[in-house]
Design a protein. Structure first.
Length: 256
């Protein structure tokens, strides 16, 4: 039987290619029930990837659109959505925030779009986040230029890091490759590490959005030390050992 992530990917591709599709067509294509397809479309609609219609789905209209990489976007999606919703609570009205290219920050961008009660300035290097926020009237959106990379689609490299220096924000929300309490935040990619370092240097407060799989061990490039991080928001599947270590080191670790 086809896994949910595989169905999501095929549904998104069909919608992007054909602009409009019917539940019956997708059911036949994917070899699963129409009930399953309707549930999948509902979930994708809730996540702002496609739009649910009567009897099917259609491509999003208006604003910038970017093709998602579903395999990564939906990995640990429930955790990431909970983390993103909690992160949104730390954003105040009229604040300036920077969000990076992590998939969890895409869900944060969706939260920002869905709740227009806060008027915000948002700086991002994520094409996904920019696409989500491009038609949000309550958001003053700034996109950081540079070399565009895929998986995830974002601006990276020295030019992007230099562009970051033009801004100063109240809060940075960032994902990370690995968290090592002794070393700090680490990344497996040099360009990602360079841009994240620049972002950290231009924000008053640093919030790390990381599900439980990001803890332990380290990657090749150090981004910053733990003392620079205001708070880490993670999910309830984090190990007891990690919680105890964070408590001993007085690291602000919030569970959702």
């Amino acid at each position: 039987m086809m896994k949910a992530d595989e169905r999501f990917e095929m549904i998104i591709r069909e919608v992007q290619d054909k602009e409009k599709v019917k539940v019956a067509q997708l059911s036949e294509l994917l070899g699963c029930s129409e009930v399953t397809i309707r549930n999948d479309i509902r979930k994708l609609d809730e996540q702002g990837v496609i739009r649910k219609t009567h009897g099917g789905a259609e491509k999003l209209k208006g604003g910038l659109t970017v093709q998602f990489a579903p395999g990564e976007y939906f990995l640990n999606a429930d955790y990431k959505k909970r983390i993103a919703r909690r992160a949104y609570e730390y954003i105040g009205d009229q604040e300036s925030v920077m969000i990076d290219d992590s998939t969890t920050c895409c869900y944060l961008a969706q939260c920002i779009k869905e709740y227009p009660d806060k008027r915000l300035s948002v700086v991002t290097n994520s094409l996904y986040a920019a696409a989500i926020l491009s038609d949000a009237p309550h958001v003053n959106l700034h996109f950081l230029g540079g070399q565009i990379l895929s998986n995830p689609a974002s601006a990276m490299g020295t030019t992007t890091a230099e562009n970051v220096m033009q801004y100063h924000v109240n809060k940075l929300f960032t994902g990370i490759n690995r968290i090592d309490f002794k070393v700090g935040l680490t990344s497996a990619d040099e360009m990602h590490a360079e841009v994240k370092r620049a972002m950290i240097g231009r924000a008053d407060e640093i919030y790390v959005l990381a599900d439980h799989t990001k803890f332990g061990g380290g990657s090749l490039f150090t981004v910053c030390e733990m003392r620079e991080v205001r708070r880490i928001i993670t999910d309830s599947d984090i190990s007891k050992e990690i919680l105890e270590t964070a408590g001993k080191l007085k690291i602000q670790l919030e569970i959702v």
